[in-house]
Design a protein. Sequence first.
Length: 431
Amino acid sequence: MAEPTKTATLAFGDKVIDLPVHSPTLGPDVIDIRKLYAQGDVFTYDPGFTSTAACESAITYIDGEKGELLYRGYPIEQLAEQSNYLEVCYLLLYGNLPNAAQLADFEQRVTRHTMVHEQMHYFFRGFRRDSHPMATMVGVVGAMSAFYHDSLDINDEWQREVAAIRMIAKLPTIAAMAYKYSIGQPFVYPKNGLGYAGNLLHMCFSVPAEEYVVNPVLATAMDRIMMLHADHEQNASTSTVRLAGSSGANPFACIAAGIACLWGPAHGGANQACLEMLRGIGTVDRIPEYIRRAKDKDDPFRLMGFGHRVYKNFDPRAKVMKQSADEVLDLMGIHNNPTLQVAKELERIALEDDYFVSKKLYPNVDFYSGIILDAMGFPTAMFTPIFALSRTVGWISQWKEMIADPTQKIGRPRQLYIGERQRNYIPVANR
Ligand code: CMC
């Protein structure tokens, strides 16, 4: 950590405490309160971490006001246009873009780990057929720690690397297996001659009974979805991975924790929730009713796929995704189905309506990704698993960064206790 350049002074009661202030490469200054409790016998209160940096990181930067997202300094728009998912994985994991030899070596390493241990096939069979693929993924990724004992030692750099490659390589296979299992079709083995995104499509959509040819437009759109979801600094699931990892938990257990957190509808589950909402609205004439509900403080309903904690002008991922959505819908010849009509009208109204404009609630990445995945033929239950496998590289990069950080400590927030003061136990007969 660079030496602090400024000081902030906190005065309360009869105490005056000087706190160091760090200046990041980008973004607002950060007041370092690590010594606050020791010096001032006081905690800070910030549920939801709206003003708290929980770590140092050099991986991803978001400027919510400008609608900017950088992976290792590179704008997401440039990467989405010119790069590909595996190159972005390399960039996130190792800090710089690879040269041709490094990229070829990385692709080879990932490709050679795409199969899962054959015994895992039996493990899947323990799940109910109608399990949500995210439920299966939380279990199976956690269970990787029971299968890959030679990459569990977090203090061994080589084992950390092997665990990282294994997860990046196997998550598409596991997600596709979870899907195939849920629809009663046989598992499809990966085909290493296909690209990373094409392979996912193959494992999800091919069946032994007939030939499946990956459509390059769909493979490119899938690759782009993966790039756009690859990392997003300290969001809820990434923070979960870091918190789980801070105790020394093994990498597979940490990523399983991230998948569990991602599943929530306020986070990665929003893409499924959004498409289900669009279908629930059904027809354009019902939109005003849903807009009214979204604005009603007494109604818990929210417009799924709108709003973001950090982006307050637009979500740069959504811009790229919207373009991809148009390409995929064109290819699939989907121009006017009712869900799409509802989506377009909702987008138009929300971008003009005073409530949404004044609260800066723009369509986020999940609004468009659900539309694309639906057009590709994925059921809604697979939307969040695709987000999860795409985000795995981000989680691992952040986890590796944390493990390598010498100042890393177990995460242990404090609390503002509002419960009973100490009281004496009363035997049940006297209560
Ligand atoms: N529909 C209607 N009103 C909303 C919405 C929405 N989608 N989102 C926020 N608001 C209102 C909210 O009621 C509040 O109003 P007021 O100031 O009058 O109390 C105001 O906007 C600020 O909302 P907030 O809950 O304080 O904002 P937050 O930063 O805590 O929540 C969010 C961010 C993404 C959880 C929220 O906008 C939301 O629930 N959106 C829908 C779910 C969604 O699409 N999530 C995916 C996020 S992008 C992918 C990812 O990163 O996982």
